[in-house]
Design a protein around this ligand. Structure first.
Ligand code: UDP
Length: 327
């Protein structure tokens, strides 16, 4: 089977491509390389913008694509507040045109990268899939809108689909071939690791939250576990009529201070922490209920926090060495 992965050269997309290849699928990665990296792409890379309808049409015409995994999109919450129209165009309009091109090409299976951001600040923990939407950023609004378009398109065009709501993706491929590579890097784990490696302080946003140690709590799920869930989701929708809507989280919350401590343990070093003001739009605590994914897909996260930190550290060390070599 041929699978088109949009955003296939991105952090999560490139790991999904690896998991699909390992399961025997033929993989086509579509990426405009604006934030993705050709170096981590596997399968056939098509350097095409998601908004390029003719480019998309050509891929569907040339290759017999059986299903689409749609990861391409803009992901930065703060950026979305500054550039709402760009986020709406890329995350909503381009999802719509992708679905239209799929329908034209008679491609009926669709897996979508959504986010726990659709729930906003949860009233109850852990967060299950029945939790009402409460988007608190333009980014989150675009994910809610895209989910709605997928529901409507699926009905209109007779598609089968899965919507996968990620919690905090992290870690790197166990074989070191891919990992988190954002520019600029805004995520906690790589920032803490880089601070430790450079012996610089790390800035933690807020220590006055109503949590056990005052720092925010998040549910970290290894990117290879996420990728594995996509393969299982594709197989599920291939044999079921009803749509699949799932949370993908580990089911455990860790505070920012606990993440710092885990990196200290892995690198056997002390990290200097500077506490800054809260970051706008950060809920105090998010933890997933992943019961539905366990039950319907037989999915189970295999990487614990130590494994997440270890693979992320290995990736950072590898890249630091590579960048030193190229200087
Ligand atoms: N965070 C932090 N310092 C950083 C990056 C992130 O304190 O350099 C905090 C952030 O405020 C949040 C948690 O780490 O409480 C996770 O943030 P991240 O950006 O990694 O993921 P998000 O939860 O926003 O998707």
């Amino acid at each position: 089977m041929n699978i088109l992965v949009t955003g296939g050269a991105g952090y999560i997309g490139s790991h999904i491509c690896r998991a699909l290849l390992a399961s025997g699928y033929a993989v086509h990665a579509l990426d405009n390389l604006s934030s993705g990296h050709a170096e981590v792409a596997v399968g056939t890379l098509h350097t095409v913008d998601l908004g390029d309808v003719v480019g998309l049409r050509n891929i569907f015409a040339e290759y017999h694509i059986d299903a689409v995994v749609h990861c391409a999109g803009l992901i930065n919450v703060a950026d979305s507040m500054q550039h709402p129209e760009v986020y709406r165009t890329v995350n909503i309009e381009y999802t719509k045109s992708l679905l239209e091109e799929m329908a034209r090409a008679n491609v009926r299976d669709f897996v979508f990268s959504s986010s726990c951001a659709v729930y906003g600040t949860p009233q109850h923990l852990p967060v299950d899939e029945a939790t009402p939407f409460h988007p608190e950023s333009v980014y989150a609004e675009t994910k809610v809108a895209a989910e709605e378009i997928i529901r409507n398109s699926a009905e209109m065009y007779g598609m089968r689909y899965a919507i996968l709501r990620y919690f905090n993706a992290c870690g790197a491929a166990a074989n070191g071939s891919a990992g988190e590579w954002h520019d600029p890097e805004t995520h906690l784990i790589p920032n803490v690791i880089r601070a430790a490696m450079s012996q610089q302080p790390v800035m933690i946003f807020g220590n006055d939250y109503p949590t056990s140690d005052g720092t925010c709590v998040r549910d970290y799920v290894h990117v290879e576990d996420l990728a594995d869930a996509h393969v299982k989701a594709l197989q599920y929708i291939d044999s079921h009529v009803e749509p699949l809507i799932l949370n993908l989280g580990s089911g455990h919350g860790y505070s920012n201070a606990e993440i710092v401590a885990a990196v200290e343990t892995e690198l056997k070093t002390k990290i200097v922490v500077q506490y800054g003001p809260r970051r706008v739009g950060d809920p105090a605590c998010i933890e997933a209920s992943n019961e539905k994914a366990r039950m319907l897909l037989g999915w189970q996260p295999r990487h614990d926090l130590a494994s997440i930190i270890r693979t992320a550290v290995e990736w950072e060390i590898k890249n630091k060495i590579a960048s030193l070599r190229s200087q």
